[in-house]
Design a protein around this ligand. Sequence first.
Ligand SMILES: NC(=O)c1ccc[n+]([C@@H]2O[C@H](COP(=O)([O-])OP(=O)(O)OC[C@H]3O[C@@H](n4cnc5c(N)ncnc54)[C@H](OP(=O)(O)O)[C@@H]3O)[C@@H](O)[C@H]2O)c1
Length: 294
Amino acid sequence: MGLRVMITGPTGTLGQELVRKFKRAGLPFVAASRSLERLPEGVRGLQLDYGNSLILEQAFRDVDVLFFLQPLMPGMRDEALRVIKAARASGVEFILKVSEMGASKDSPYLYQRLHGEIDDMLVHSGIPYALLKPSSYMQNFIHGYGDALLQGTLFLPEGEGRTAYVDARDVADVALEILKRPWSYEKRHLDITGERALSNAEALVLISNQIHRRISYVPITEEAAIKTWQRAGMNDFQMEVRLSLHRAIREGRTDHVSMSYQEITGRPPLSFEQFCREMKSFWIPRREGLELWP
Ligand SMILES: NC(=O)c1ccc[n+]([C@@H]2O[C@H](COP(=O)([O-])OP(=O)(O)OC[C@H]3O[C@@H](n4cnc5c(N)ncnc54)[C@H](OP(=O)(O)O)[C@@H]3O)[C@@H](O)[C@H]2O)c1
């Protein structure tokens, strides 16, 4: 019998891609989700959140390898501890955890510190593991900043900082390879990035070229960003996490380019240009009566 794999976060940016790749490869898996109705047809789903240890233990009983993804949120350390303990109690044999590039318990940036602390819990849990540490996804220009781009201007407190954006589909490629042969990657901390680092201004020129419409980047202060987020009703935790993310970019901590994707898949990563070509319909405003979006 093959490995029994559980994929968590299967409806998110990375999870969706991973589910698609597992299906395409014809590999068995179970998708553990809070929202089964959002899973694609034909996917075996299991209703699960990270809130209850006993339910987690029960769910993990039939799992050999766990793909563990967790959004950034206030109680995430406690949740992660629950997940790791339940996995150990149920005999899960390997955990591939989604972390962040630069994650460390000593990081000055909150989002990296949170991941670093949880990574450490896993490292010391005794469960064989690997850590997937992607840089920011290119898809953030769709899901995160899509509305701003449709309106023509992206305001962010990132100065002229650069990021080695990675396509979430590439991160899913790496995850798939690891989940097929987890023990070959045991204890590895894998930074996954695109082929080069881009500033926001450079990224927006590439998007603008594709859609023949100019979209501009305007660097703003943290104070200005906070005011906008407060007006939008963002809570303190979300604001602190986002500020730490933008600060890391502004302070030049996200431009590192890694060769892990190439090493693991034997191919170069998708370029930002290719991403823009394939996704351009997301940045073209919908005209009345005309369905332009995919
Ligand atoms: N976005 C990036 O650029 C990026 C880059 C590197 C690393 N990461 C890391 O990837 C992780 C996911 O971040 P993301 O922004 O990419 O998230 P996302 O795509 O929006 O996915 C999050 C998924 O987590 C699941 N989930 C489980 N418990 C949840 C809860 N209590 N609240 C909300 N969702 C819950 C949800 O799936 P179900 O509804 O199916 O349960 C959701 O679809 C984070 O740890 C982040 O630090 C993100």
